[in-house]
Ligand binder design. Sequence first.
Ligand SMILES: CC(C)(COP(=O)(O)OP(=O)(O)OC[C@H]1O[C@@H](n2cnc3c(N)ncnc32)[C@H](O)[C@@H]1OP(=O)(O)O)[C@@H](O)C(=O)NCCC(=O)NCCS
Length: 169
Amino acid sequence: MSPTPSDGLAIEIRPIRPDDKQRLAAGHELMSSETQRMRYLMPKPRLSSAELRYLTEIDGEDHVALVAVAEQFPEVTLGVGRFVRDRERPDTAEFAIVIADAFQGIGLGGALAEQLAEAAIERGVRRFSATVLHENVAIRALLERISDRLAEARWSDGAGELLYELSAA
Ligand SMILES: CC(C)(COP(=O)(O)OP(=O)(O)OC[C@H]1O[C@@H](n2cnc3c(N)ncnc32)[C@H](O)[C@@H]1OP(=O)(O)O)[C@@H](O)C(=O)NCCC(=O)NCCS
């Protein structure tokens, strides 16, 4: 049975770990193909072993990721957000986030994003870049919440590269 918010879950947000691979793969399968497409900008029915390694075996400094897991459903992630520092511009990091469909719109993405913005500022990151589909209003609302200013927006072929300045902690 898939978890839903009406189960009254105790949801914990914590750093991702290498042993989250199976949890992340199961969480990915909880998502609709539309949610997967919003996150990866293309159809992504499953995550490969190489992708799962990349997504979970991180250094916690230049690549930081947080997961949301419910105590009652420990075998799946309900959401995951991350930032990866840009090697050319160390004060900028690529931001990405996804929340399982049944848990969208209840503040979980906002909570993850706020904790990620805090972790970013502590590590000298001042800007988040994000690649988003044009129709994705929710991600823009979420990024506006943790940002003072949209510094740059470049759109082409229905997708945009957005650069947000993070609000000071
Ligand atoms: C974008 C996403 C992460 C937002 O997470 P969420 O848990 O649903 O968001 P929250 O409930 O915390 O709401 C955050 C903000 O987004 C707004 N929002 C959420 N869903 C929305 C929707 N469908 N339309 C418009 N705004 C929306 C909320 O009103 C809130 O804004 P506020 O702070 O001004 O009130 C989630 O919808 C998702 O996983 N989408 C698919 C994956 C994706 O698009 N990833 C982005 C690629 S980087």
